[in-house]
Design a protein around this ligand. Structure first.
Ligand code: ATP
Ligand code: MG
Length: 182
């Protein structure tokens, strides 16, 4: 079986800017800048031949390229206990369009529809259920985060191999977005 997800890789400059806020959080596990990405669709475990079929289906997507910017920090919590903190993604119609296309291709390929609303984010740290109050000061400091617009030329299918030091991601295939001359 292969554990798969579809995501946007991030340029090295953007990852460097994100890594600048990765300090001063206790009880957090920082995401290695090498591993930073924007998840578009989590697929989960599939048999290897299905991974190839899915990859081919994704290759049929034609969608326009776009620019993304990042600004501010968000978090996911369960009843006030924070389990991840992430960079906010600036509103982007191109991103919304691409995610909708991917979702429809994935569902057409036979996977169950995603139930959760799409919240584009780039995870910076995983926390061990930490009360929101405890990370308030960090959220405030890191909230100044601002990464100016950068071009997104492609999306990709990744394999995730879960391990002790965190997951290892491998890019299985990349799909070019269409760049139209200005
Ligand atoms: P670990 O689970 O060891 O902390 P990870 O979450 O980075 O590592 P995966 O669980 O394989 O690795 O997840 C790969 C990507 O898919 C991550 O961006 C993760 O946030 C996202 N993801 C994982 N599970 C789901 C899910 N059920 N729904 C939506 N996105 C998910
Ligand atoms: Mg996970």
């Amino acid at each position: 079986m292969m554990r798969l997800f579809v995501a946007l890789p991030l340029p090295v400059d953007a990852r460097a800017q994100l890594s600048a806020v990765q300090s001063g959080l206790v009880g957090g596990r920082w995401i290695d800048p090498q591993n930073m990405h924007l998840t578009l669709r989590f697929i989960g475990d599939v048999p290897e031949p299905d991974a190839r079929d899915l990859s081919l289906a994704l290759s049929e997507i034609h969608a326009p390229a776009f620019d993304l910017s990042l600004s501010g920090i968000g978090h996911f919590d369960r009843r006030g206990n924070v389990h991840s903190v992430w960079a906010r993604v600036g509103k982007c119609d191109g991103l919304t369009h691409l995610q909708a296309k991917i979702e429809s291709v994935v569902v057409r390929a036979g996977y169950a529809p995603e139930q959760r609303k799409f919240t584009p984010h780039i995870t910076l740290a995983r926390l061990k259920d930490t009360p929101l109050e405890r990370i308030g000061p960090w959220l405030e400091d890191a909230g100044v985060l601002s990464v100016p617009p950068f071009p997104v030329p492609e999306f990709a299918l990744f394999q995730s191999q879960l391990g002790h030091g965190g997951a290892k991601y491998t890019e299985l295939a990349a799909y070019l977005l269409i760049k139209f001359a200005e």
